[in-house]
Each structure stands twice: as C-alpha cells, then as structure tokens.
Design a protein around this ligand. Structure first.
Ligand code: PLP
Length: 389
C-alpha cells in the first residue's frame, strides 16, 4: 500500500499540488510568526476580527472556569449543558428561524443535514461549486444527485423540469462561495423552490456576520431571513470561535437530533467555544460598526486591486480570488508574496477545478490602510511579473 501512496504523492509533487502544514504562532488578529519571521495574515476567515476581541476571549475563559475544559460526551448523552440551549435560541432568533441545533463544526453539520433529510427516490440539485462538505454529504445520501451550472438558474430549472421525480426535490447551495467569493442568486433560487415545491438547503458559512445591514447573512440582502428550509452557518469564521449551527423548524431540527449521525455520535463542543461564540454573536448584534469597518476595508482593497488591473471575477465581499491557472504558477506567486511578508494560500485542485488554481485571500476588519496599501503594491509587482496585470 505504501508504494502506491508514495507514487501518488510523487505525482502530486510533480504537479505542484503538494501540501504541507505550516506551523505558525498568532501574534495579533492580523499578524503571525512563521519560521522566525512576522507576516501579515491574509487568509483568516475571522472577517470581523473577533477571535482576538477581549470580550470574546474573556467569555471563553469564563465558560471554561464554569463548565470545565471539555464536555467529554455526546450531546445526546450528557453533553448538552445549558449554554448550548441558550446559544441555539439566540442564533435562531437572530437569523429568523424557529429552532436551532449546534453541531461540532460546519463539515459535520453539512454531512448530517443532507444524508439525514434526503432518501432514496429524492433528487438533490447541487451547484457545481458547492463546498466539499456538501459534496461528501450527498455521497452519503441515497437520493439522485444532479449538478447544475454555477449559479445558473436557467440550467437548474431545465434540470428540475427534466427530472420526473416522484420523491422530494432538494436545492443545495452555498450563499457565499468559499473559493470564489461570489454570491448565490438566493431570491431566484427561492422562487424555484416555491414553483417546484422543492426544499432549499443553504450553507451560509461565509455570509454570517458579514452580509446584510445587521450581518444576518445573505438572506438579509434579499429580505428572506428565515425563509430557507434548512440554514447552516458556522461559529468558526466571522464569529471567531468554532462549531456550527443548523436552523429550521421544529420538525426538521427534531429529526436531525434523532437521526443525524454526525450529531449523535460525537463529543460535544467544549464550553470555551460556546462561550466565545455567544459573546461574538452579542457583539455583532449590538454594534453594526464592526460590519461597517469590515466593508470599508473590503471596498478599499477591492478598489486598489481593480485599479492595479486585477480581474476579481464575480467576487463580492471579503473573499478575493485571483485566478492564476496552473498549480505551479500559483504556488510560485504564493512563495514570492511570502518573501514579501504576506501570508496567503495558493488554492489548487481538488479544492478548485483543474486549471483554475488561484491566490485566495480575505479581508478582515483589523487590517489597516497601511496593511492594505502594502498588499496592493506587493500583489501589483508579483501580478506584473506573472503577466496577470
Ligand atoms: C462553505 C463552507 N461550508 C462548510 C465549511 C466547514 O465548516 P467548519 O470549518 O466549521 O467545519 C466551510 C469551511 O471550513 C466552508 O467554507
């Protein structure tokens, strides 16, 4: 077996697609220490920079003091401390849903949702760029899977009409596509859901805390808060902690509690993660200035990069992809930027389709104008060298 694995690893290396884990030390919300040198971190999903906010960190400590370092049991056994229930109620109310349930992370939540709610005879219609956790969840489902072109409502409708199912139809989409930073046409998808009596499942991992006046997520942009059949979001991105939540009505949440294996057979989140997430949610609800400061940075950096000549595709918001093409070229650019003190990642297959390897970076609230000016100039120089601008 090892020969086979080694030979595959060699091929991955040759393609420039080999991954290593970089061990680093966080210095602040935007700075890290790596190999003895300080870098500007341009690939954090903590969009609101709340993971280092004093109140969030303090809440994690207080929850640990009160409940201990771990829960050491599944939710269904002895793992459901009151903090779970409180946070579930708060996040459901904030997002406009009747009920919520917390999972250990977004990956497990997605695996649980689709594999549990769909069954043989059903059909799942999935955007071609959906996150791996949604894809893996579909693999576990006995329902038929149909992939529609990215954000293409006409293609989706054609495929729904063509598929003469007697079972239930499910439309599955991310709200903000994690590797492209673009937004799903949620209002149109919702209309199709109504027209064809389908159910819609949305993954708002990157929308929560960022989109909409109150940061409720992409649903808020379309006045559709609470209108999806199932809404998944995470605490591990703009809410600065760890874990995920699934929101819906009583029946669906009860069904997940009773049947979702990734909920039932795993140790519950540690209290620190819940305490931190709750404090972050409180901050987001209390003050829209966090979000406004983030969006001011987003606009500044985007304008600078566009002015430098970069094509930012259809991205909109804090996730910015710069498509390079070949894996090796993307890695070279990443290395050159690293040389200049910028820590960001070259994203390659299988995370993105072949031939679309890219630099993907994120904008966060704590970036300063100086940080962003430096980033724009460094990218401009590297982009010029590689013929991108
Ligand atoms: C769109 C999307 N869904 C789900 C996940 C998984 O969430 P988690 O990191 O909490 O497992 C991620 C990222 O990690 C994501 O980008």
């Amino acid at each position: 077996m090892r020969d086979r694995l080694s030979s595959t690893l060699s091929k991955i290396r040759e393609k420039g697609n080999y991954r290593t884990i970089k061990y680093l030390e966080p210095l602040s919300s935007t700075r890290i220490m790596y190999n003895g040198r300080e870098y500007l971190n341009l690939c954090s999903n903590s969009y609101l920079s709340l993971h280092t906010h004093q109140k969030v960190v303090e809440a994690a400590k207080q929850a640990t003091d009160r409940y201990g370092a771990g829960i050491c049991s599944s939710r269904s056994v002895s793992g459901s401390i009151d903090l779970y229930g409180i946070l579930e109620e708060e996040i459901a109310a904030y997002k406009g849903y009747k009920k919520g349930i917390i999972f250990s992370n977004g990956y497990m939540a997605n695996i649980g949702i689709i594999s549990t709610l769909t069954r043989e005879g059903d059909t799942i219609f999935s955007d071609e760029l959906n996150h791996s956790s949604l894809i893996d969840s579909m693999r576990l489902s006995r329902a038929k899977k149909i992939i529609y072109k990215h954000k293409d409502i006409d293609d989706l409708e054609r495929k729904i009409k063509k598929e003469n199912t007697t079972g239930r139809r499910f439309i599955v989409t991310e709200t903000v596509f994690s590797m492209d930073g673009d937004i799903a046409p949620l209002a149109d998808l919702h209309k199709l859901k109504e027209r064809y009596e389908a159910s819609i499942i949305v993954d708002d991992a990157h929308g929560t805390g960022v989109f909409g006046r109150q940061g409720i997520g992409v649903e808020e942009l379309h006045s559709l808060c609470g209108a999806m059949d199932v809404h998944m979001g995470t605490f591990g991105k703009s809410l600065g902690s760890f874990g995920a939540f699934v929101l819906s009505d009583e029946v669906i949440i009860d069904f997940l509690i009773n049947r979702a294996r990734t909920f039932m057979y795993t140790t519950a989140l540690p209290p620190a993660a819940l305490g931190a997430a709750r404090a972050a949610l409180g901050l987001v609800q209390k003050s829209i200035s966090f979000k406004d400061e983030l969006w001011s940075n987003i606009e500044y950096l985007r304008d600078g990069l566009k002015e430098a000549g970069f094509n930012l595709q259809e991205s909109f918001g804090p996730i910015i992809p710069i498509i390079v093409g070949e894996d090796k070229a993307a890695v070279e650019m990443q290395e050159e930027l690293l040389e200049q003190g910028l820590f960001l990642q070259a994203i390659r297959p299988p995370t993105v389709p072949g031939g679309t390897s890219r630099l993907r970076f994120t904008v966060v609230r704590d970036l300063t104008r100086e940080d962003m000016n430096y980033t724009i100039e460094a990218l401009r120089a590297v982009g010029k060298k590689h013929g991108l601008v």
